[in-house]
Design a protein around this ligand. Structure first.
Ligand code: NAD
Length: 337
């Protein structure tokens, strides 16, 4: 059994902890938190061993009646892999700790690409992370783009990708984020940083991205134009996507017109937290004009990276190959509507 530590138990960390717990070959050794908030309380209720991420704050947990198993150093020392799901930039500060105990570490997309040798997306470059010590699981948007680009490259070749990312202002729990009533070019400079991030997965890819932020919390929406190296029928592209386990082609008959109904569907389907681990591509949006392929996809920012973290645990430990890992993760989480 692989012993997995989760450092940072917020939006991503708590989901990764639940997903790891469902794996037949992994156990959650413990989770580390900085403060005794509602998530710390739930971690204890779920039976996760809770470690103090910051020594000076340990007593706050005792005051809140929450039992601490030890300092984060103990957790890192005993783990086979640590998943760092702390806020952007904190992962970089934690790298030294993981190196000190010689524990392989996974970081999240908020960290700079040059923090690690490998940026990871299971569908696209699982092998690059095999036996690596420091791996960055790319952001929600980069994960969403990579999952579409990988099969298109393999099937037809990709000349150029142009994507406009309509980004949610904040996650539902991020009450200080915005905009509340605006549409922001964000970043206002073009191209946005997302394209170079996708190039950490596909180093020879030509991609330009543009970003906006809108008053929404549920999901991101991508408008994609991929210029292929050959002319292809839209029906063939749809068939290609239908074979991809982490792409959900929304059928027209479902009458899902946006991210609100998508989330409603996920909740009705009994998904934990209403999570949608798959890219959600509107099937009838998949169109071709000559060599240009177009589509709209919704990306659930809080959860699409979760299966990727699980697969990255297997990659860095050499526990399984890409196909086996993705299959196990998909099956245990229930990926695929
Ligand atoms: P979050 O704020 O929801 O959770 C971070 C958790 O880490 C919080 O519980 C916080 O208290 C804790 N923390 C803060 N400092 C810490 C420290 N020194 N040690 C241990 N824990 C500490 O953040 P998040 O949304 O889960 O994001 C985590 C990472 O995942 C970031 O790199 C982010 O860019 C990336 N990411 C976020 C999303 C998203 O939409 N939320 C999607 C993909 C990737």
């Amino acid at each position: 059994m692989l012993q997995v530590a989760i450092n940072g138990y917020g939006t991503i960390g708590k989901r990764v902890a639940d997903a790891v717990r469902q794996q037949p070959d992994m156990e959650v050794l413990g989770v580390a938190k900085t403060r005794p908030n509602f998530e710390a309380e739930t971690a204890i209720e779920k039976g996760f061993a809770l470690y103090a991420a910051v020594e000076e704050r340990e007593e706050l947990f005792a005051e809140a009646g929450l039992e601490i198993a030890g300092p984060v150093e103990d957790l890192v020392a005993d783990a086979d892999v640590v998943v760092d799901a702390t806020p952007s930039g904190i992962g970089a500060q934690n790298k030294e700790l993981y190196e000190e105990y010689d524990t392989p570490a996974l970081y999240q997309g908020g960290e700079d690409a040059d923090l690690t040798d490998v940026s990871f997306n299971a569908r696209s470059n699982f092998e690059d992370a095999v036996d690596a010590d420091h791996v960055r699981v790319v952001s929600c948007n980069t994960t969403g783009l990579s999952r579409v680009i990988a099969p298109l490259r393999e099937a037809y070749g990709v000349e150029k990708v142009r994507a406009t990312l309509v980004r949610r202002g904040g996650d539902p729990g991020q009450t200080s984020r915005g905009p509340i009533n605006d549409i922001l070019p964000n970043p206002v400079t073009i191209p946005s940083h997302h394209g170079p991030d996708v190039e950490t997965i596909f180093t020879d890819l030509d991609i330009d991205t543009l970003g906006m932020k809108v008053p929404a919390t549920l999901m991101h929406m991508h408008s994609l134009n991929v210029t292929l190296e050959e002319e292809v029928d839209a029906a063939d592209v749809r068939e290609l996507f239908a074979d991809e386990s982490r792409l959900f082609l929304i059928p027209e008959r479902m009458d899902i017109d946006g991210s609100g109904k998508l989330k409603e569907y996920a909740l009705d389907a009994g998904r934990p937290r209403g999570d949608i681990w798959e890219n959600c591509i509107w099937e009838e949006s998949v169109s071709t004009v000559g060599r240009d392929c177009y589509l709209f996809q919704g990306i659930h920012q809080e959860s699409d990276v979760v299966p990727e973290n699980v697969d990255a645990v297997r990659a860095v430990t050499g526990a399984a190959d890409a196909e086996e890992s993705i299959e196990t993760t998909n099956e245990t989480l229930g990926i695929g509507f």
